[in-house]
Design a protein around this ligand. Structure first.
Ligand code: SAH
Length: 255
């Protein structure tokens, strides 16, 4: 898709995705850097910035990237958070802990919608913290919005790459990604078709002696309710009509 094309058929807009940046501040385990690159690529993100990683480059990062080596190879390494987000119109800091400050806090879905809206023109950063200690308050102060994944309060901290995956997914959905959900098309039936079915049921059930032809109403109403819930399509209706024909005692001469 070209940059100036609108999003179509559930595809996220490529230009917006290109302006969504993942910033990992002081990552300690190279495996998490690789896993984060993979998490990004799966969701169509490619802009990765590493702020003072403890061990990088590293074979473990490459191994965990598994096919997302291009995202890893394109990653920029910088010394400070300022250098990573300087050109961004919005920086969203992620944290497992609710801070005491009254900084605007959003869940991943809301934050992703904000990020995608802001990324229409200029880069937006999603900032992730260290495995051991997260982001410092000073680093969170540099972000205009805080994102918290609602988790089990007794065990709130996601693995770094898992947090990147979850946020990257929400970004992709917010940017318009959809699966082609749904069933195979079903040919509808009309009210007249359904009346034909009910009449057929009644005739066969009377002929078999299952219902008394003087009092069919309660049973027929129940059957109507059942078939209304089931909402059969044309093929199913034809099966039912065929089955009734084959079971009809008059046809078999059992009367
Ligand atoms: N002990 C650290 C946890 C860091 S987990 C702390 O208490 O902050 C590593 C990073 O993953 C975090 O800095 C954050 O960027 C992200 N993360 C983990 N769990 C998260 C959550 N529930 N909500 C938002 N981000 C989370």
């Amino acid at each position: 898709m070209k940059d100036d094309e609108p999003a179509t058929a559930g595809m996220p807009q490529a230009d917006v995705m290109a302006r969504l940046r993942v910033v990992l501040v002081g990552p300690q385990h190279p495996g998490n850097i690789g896993a984060a690159a993979r998490a990004m690529k799966v969701m169509g993100l490619s802009d990765l910035v590493l702020v003072a990683p403890e061990r990088y480059p590293d074979a473990e990062a490459t191994a965990r990237a598994s096919g997302a080596d291009d995202v890893l190879a394109g990653a920029r390494v910088v010394d400070t958070l300022e250098a990573a987000i300087g050109d961004c119109v919005l920086a969203i800091g992620t944290s497992a802990r609710a801070r005491r400050t009254s900084w605007p806090l959003a869940d991943p879905r809301t934050a992703a919608e904000r990020a995608v809206a802001a990324a229409a023109r200029q880069p937006v950063a999603l900032v992730f913290g260290r495995e051991r200690s997260g982001l410092t308050n000073a680093e969170l102060d540099r972000c205009q919005l805080h994102l918290q994944v609602p988790t089990n309060p007794e065990y709130a901290s996601l693995n770094l790459a898992a947090a990147v995956q979850l946020v990257a997914y929400e970004l992709r959905v917010a940017a318009g990604a959809r699966v082609a959900a749904g069933e195979a098309p079903r040919e509808p039936v009309t009210a007249a078709d359904m009346e034909g079915l009910y009449g057929h049921w009644q005739a066969v059930l009377e002929a078999s002696g299952f219902i008394n032809h003087e009092h069919p109403h309660m049973l027929m109403r129940r059957l109507r309710r059942l078939f209304n819930r089931a909402a059969p399509d044309r093929i199913e209706l034809n099966i039912l009509r065929g089955a009734l024909r084959s079971l009809d005692p008059r046809r078999r001469g059992d009367d």
